[in-house]
Design a protein around this ligand. Structure first.
Ligand code: C2E
Ligand code: CA
Ligand code: CA
Length: 658
């Protein structure tokens, strides 16, 4: 029959062996949380040694041979030292699991408690050392039998205080852990404490250490399981920041689908402001560091039952509980991100802020994908408005998004059904009053109403259907010109607007030519109008587009001249046939505008470019422009944009009264 004592010895030995045997398996495996690996190994080996010491102590206790006596001293001291050391590794494990780090930098969470724990460890080790000379913890009597010293209880109380501190950190940051993780980690306090109490009340045994060993084994298995989860997570993370990827966020949300709890969450889409500036100023390498550091900072505020993911570029998504939303939004309003400069090695910092779209999840039946789409839509709005940093997805917003979607689909159908058509606005020779050119302006006859470009061009530019529209209008124009020629009417140059969005297509000039060739009209009857471009990159693209058109025999005019900031550079680089002066300069009668107008007209003459003044509505404007030497005018003063039928009639009597 096994008595209590031999059962104890068996436990000590079995636990010790388990600690030693299991450790190598962990050591050779991969743990995505790198720091954890060495701590778990240290914890296991220390615990295994401690338990072995305790076991050997019983073997040697009371024996008198010199070797055994030495061993008795050594293993007994070992138990006392290692129990204190275990506290240190335990604290390290908890800090790594909670915060991914263990250091004393000022921003270390719970730093004061951490310092206190270290002090306790140092004090604990010192006291064991002192005990060798004073016997305050234990001594061996004349029969070489172990006896407790007067302060024996302190040897148990000191690590217990340390464990209480560590557990208080766990409780404080409990949101970062699952219930199981919390229970397993706090077992390091609860189990030995229970063992201690039983030990005091019932028999003088090693229950405290046995229970401590049990807790270490529990922690070991929990870490093994968690490691597997981390590996799965690694396949769902984004390499640079280690955050979840979009797919993982959708899965996370889908797992919650149908549960009422989902409604306690908000989806937050955010995008870092001016991150391209950071890349430009500090370089891409530092940009990556800053992004990674930023992710770590935000991640540290995210609890275990929340998720932070990176979409692409500098766009992120967070699914947080409503009660944490406010804090996250405040953080994103301006977060200081320290980083070590990749080139100089110096410490530096930047302040990052975000534009944010928030969707407070109000239905449990939504798919993860839909939830993300809602939040993303709010972000798109936040980005389009410069003033608002945060946009909340409201019913109103949803309605307007739905309306926009409907408009988009109506536009696509309209394109197929031929609901779009050119209207024609004549250009008039100021001296003779004769019609001398035409601009085609698109109109959309939608649900019985004739819509102006302002209601559809921006949408078409945003979804790239503008390409289809511009080429379609060009085709209509060519067909109309061909028809006018057939009717024996004088053929005038018709200018057709091409959005700058089209410039992404390097074959655009060829496509234009193909459309014109198909209608069998000469290319010199078509003029392509493009608006100014701002950045240098697109100036290069615009230049080759214009060159291509010139080679194919088309005229090119620059529209709204003077409205963007790059006008002069543009004129230097590209030779346009016509320069259309922005309406703004014509209808403002300010003296400055007049001076600029005078200057533009003079400039155009110097570089041999024709001028058309747009938006002319009044007689006095005609007079001023005439005096300044502008030859061609376009505006309501002579004609509004006309339907094809009205334009045909106008071509039959192309003379205007001034
Ligand atoms: P835009 O090319 O500068 O065209 C001139 C605009 O000024 C036209 O507006 C025209 O109707 C208007 N306008 C003409 N004379 C006067 C006037 O005396 N007073 C005032 N207040 N306005 C005048 P619309 O037709 O609404 O077109 C607006 C803009 O939409 C155009 O500006 C052009 O940038 C764009 N657009 C029009 N059709 C097309 C197209 O087929 N393709 C592309 N990509 N853009 C187009
Ligand atoms: Ca135009
Ligand atoms: Ca214009």
């Amino acid at each position: 029959m096994i008595d209590g004592f031999s059962a104890q010895l068996t436990f000590l030995l079995v636990e010790s062996v388990l600690c030693f045997v299991l450790t190598p398996f962990y050591a050779i495996s991969k743990d995505p949380l790198r720091a954890r690996k060495s701590v778990v190994i240290s914890l296991n080996l220390t615990c295994g040694t401690m338990l072995l010491c305790e076991y050997l102590f019983y073997v040697y206790n009371g024996s008198t041979s010199p070797f055994n006596t030495v061993m008795m001293y050594v293993v007994n001291a070992g138990v006392y030292y290692l129990i204190v050391l275990l506290l240190l590794f335990y604290a390290m494990l908890v800090f790594f699991r909670l915060f991914g780090r263990f250091d004393f930098k000022p921003d270390m969470p719970c730093r004061k408690r951490l310092i206190a724990i270290i002090m306790i460890v140092i004090a604990g080790l010192l006291l064991v050392f002192i005990s060798h000379f004073t016997g305050i913890y234990y001594y061996f009597d004349s029969n070489n039998i172990y006896q407790r010293g007067p302060l024996f209880w302190l040897a148990a109380v000191i690590p217990t205080i340390g464990a209480v501190l560590v557990v208080s950190v766990i409780i404080h940051h409990r949101g970062k852990m699952t219930l199981v993780q919390r229970l397993v980690l706090t077992s390091y306090l609860i189990l030995p404490l229970t063992g201690e109490i039983i030990q005091i009340c019932f028999f003088g045994s090693s229950l405290m250490n046995i229970f401590m060993g049990l807790s270490v084994l529990l922690m070991f298995f929990e870490n093994v399981l968690d490691k597997e989860k981390e590996i799965v997570k690694a396949t769902k993370t984004e390499i640079r920041t280690g955050l979840a990827n979009e797919h993982a966020c959708i899965e996370w949300l889908n797992a919650m689908k149908g549960k009422e709890d989902l409604k306690k969450y908000s989806a937050v889409f955010f995008d870092l402001r001016k991150f391209s500036d950071i890349n430009r100023i500090y370089g891409v390498e530092n940009g990556n560091r800053i992004l990674a550091q930023f992710s770590t900072i935000i991640q540290s505020k995210i609890e275990t039952d929340e998720i932070l993911g990176r979409q692409f570029g500098n766009q992120f998504v967070a699914i947080v509980k409503d009660r944490n939303l406010e804090n996250l939004l405040e953080l994103l309003n301006g977060v200081e991100v320290p980083f070590t400069d990749a080139e100089t090695g110096l410490e530096n910092k930047v302040i990052l802020s975000a534009r944010i779209g928030v969707y407070e999840i109000d239905r449990a039946d939504l798919d993860g994908e839909d939830i993300l789409v809602f939040a993303a839509q709010a972000l798109v709005i936040a980005k389009s408005k410069d003033s608002d940093d945060i946009v909340w997805l409201t019913q109103e917003l949803l309605d307007s998004i739905a309306a926009k979607k409907k408009l988009e689909s109506d536009i696509r159908t309209g394109l197929k059904n031929g609901e779009f058509m050119p209207f024609y606005q004549p250009k008039v020779n100021i001296k003779t009053g004769e019609l001398c050119g035409i601009e085609a302006l698109s109109r959309w006859v939608h649900e019985g109403e004739t819509m102006s470009p302002a209601s559809f061009i921006p949408i078409m530019e945003s979804n790239d259907t503008i390409r289809l529209l511009d080429l379609y209008i060009l085709k209509c124009v060519c067909d109309d010109i061909a028809e006018w020629i057939r009717q024996g009417l004088t053929a005038h140059v018709v200018s057709v607007n091409f959005s700058r969005r089209n410039l992404a297509d390097p074959e655009l000039a060829k496509r234009i030519d193909a459309v014109v060739k198909a209608s069998k009209i000469p290319s010199n009857l078509i003029e392509i109008e493009v608006t100014e471009t701002v950045d240098e990159f697109s100036i290069g693209i615009l230049k080759s587009f214009v060159d291509d058109l010139h080679k194919l025999g088309y005229k090119v005019s620059i529209d709204d001249f003077g409205s963007a900031s790059s006008s002069l550079t543009l004129l230097r680089e590209i030779s346009f046939d016509t320069l259309k002066i922005d309406k703004g300069f014509v209808d403002h009668s300010k003296k400055r505008d007049l001076s600029i107008l005078t200057y533009i007209i003079k400039l155009a003459k110097e570089i041999d470019t024709d001028i058309v003044a747009e938006g002319v509505e009044q007689k006095n404007q005609v007079d001023v422009l005439d005096n300044l030497g502008v030859a061609v005018i376009q505006g309501y003063y002579f004609d509004k944009p006309l339907s094809k039928e009205d334009m045909t009639a106008r071509l039959r009597s192309p003379q205007y009264q001034r």
